[in-house]
Design a protein around this ligand. Structure first.
Ligand SMILES: Cc1ncc(C[n+]2csc(CCOP(=O)(O)OP(=O)(O)O)c2C)c(N)n1
Length: 279
């Protein structure tokens, strides 16, 4: 179990990794990766019951995580590497030809920690619900987690899964939405108007928990509440800031999918200090 200070230190390093990986690759998705960094850091370092050494794609006998918003691969890879799934040095290969770290997560080369490919929005949550049902059938008491974007929540498949999970009483499913209010080409509210996301999930029969996605106390409390087994799937709506931690990326969709140049990387890294080492 990490202290809040240790989690903050890891998260700062994950943010450094994201900026450096995307810049080195010349493309990728830093904005949503930075907004979901604190959530995934808390999940992998203090919440999930998982063991990189015995992990298999079936996630049998341990908790499972699905990155439904697959374009957030940079934060996913950094957290997996920092948690011990594969060497941190491999982060330097993001998006390279032949790398296991493709722009969207792939299972072709068997990257440890990734149970299924993602990138086509909406599918990861459906897969998570399927595994949650499988764990119920196997009487495996572990939890299945999934992270969605708020822009992703405009996909119809999200709401098909919402009905499926409530119908099958999947209270071992903990979904999260990174509510940074931005998506690929503008504000989520302007693109499809996700007014009252909380009311929508409640209406679909889920328990809804709202939390500050950049305050570790709030994030950890939300996960505690989400572990209540009462017949209802859980949705944690994390309020976040797009590009969090890098001033020129904050609050704008401009950095949804764009790489910073060397000068901007220097400016970003000057704002992110960690006791851990760069890859
Ligand atoms: C089915 C599908 N439609 C469209 C896309 C293209 N796309 C990639 S990311 C994205 C926006 C996602 O927004 P959000 O979930 O809010 O992510 P964020 O901008 O916060 O990173 C879109 C439309 C896709 N990957 N899959």
């Amino acid at each position: 179990m990490k202290t809040i200070q240790e989690l903050s230190d890891i998260a700062a390093q994950v943010r450094r990794d994201i900026v450096r990986m995307v810049s080195a690759a010349g493309s990728g998705h830093p904005g949503g990766s930075l907004s979901s960094t604190d959530i995934l850091t808390a999940l992998y370092f203090n919440v999930m019951e998982h063991d990189p050494a015995s992990w298999t794609r079936s996630c049998s006998g341990q908790d499972a995580f699905f990155l439904s918003a697959g374009h957030l691969a940079p934060v996913y890879y950094s957290v997996l590497a920092r948690a011990g799934y594969f060497p941190v040095a491999e982060l330097a290969t993001l998006r390279r030809f032949g790398s296991r770290l493709q722009g969207h997560p792939s299972t072709v080369d068997g990257l440890p920690g990734v149970p299924r490919p993602s990138g086509s929005l909406g599918q990861g949550l459906a897969a998570a619900a399927g595994l949650a049902l499988g764990k119920k059938m196997d009487e495996d008491p572990h939890t299945v987690y999934a992270l969605c974007g708020d822009g992703e929540s405009e996909e119809g498949e999200i709401w098909e899964t919402a009905m499926f999970a409530a119908n099958h009483r999947l209270d071992n499913l903990v979904a999260m939405t990174d509510c940074n209010h931005q998506q690929i080409d503008g504000r989520v509210e302007d693109v499809a108007g996700l007014d009252n996301l909380s009311d929508k999930w409640l209406a679909f029969g889920w328990d809804v928990i709202c939390a500050d996605g950049h305050d570790f106390e709030s994030v950890l409390d939300a996960f505690k509440l989400a572990h209540k087994r009462n017949g209802k799937p859980k949705m944690i709506l994390f309020e976040t800031v797009m590009g969090k931690g890098v001033d020129f990326m904050e609050g704008t969709h401009e950095w949804h999918g764009k790489a910073p140049d060397a000068e901007l990387v220097r400016r970003a890294l000057a704002q992110l200090s960690s006791t851990l080492e760069d890859f």
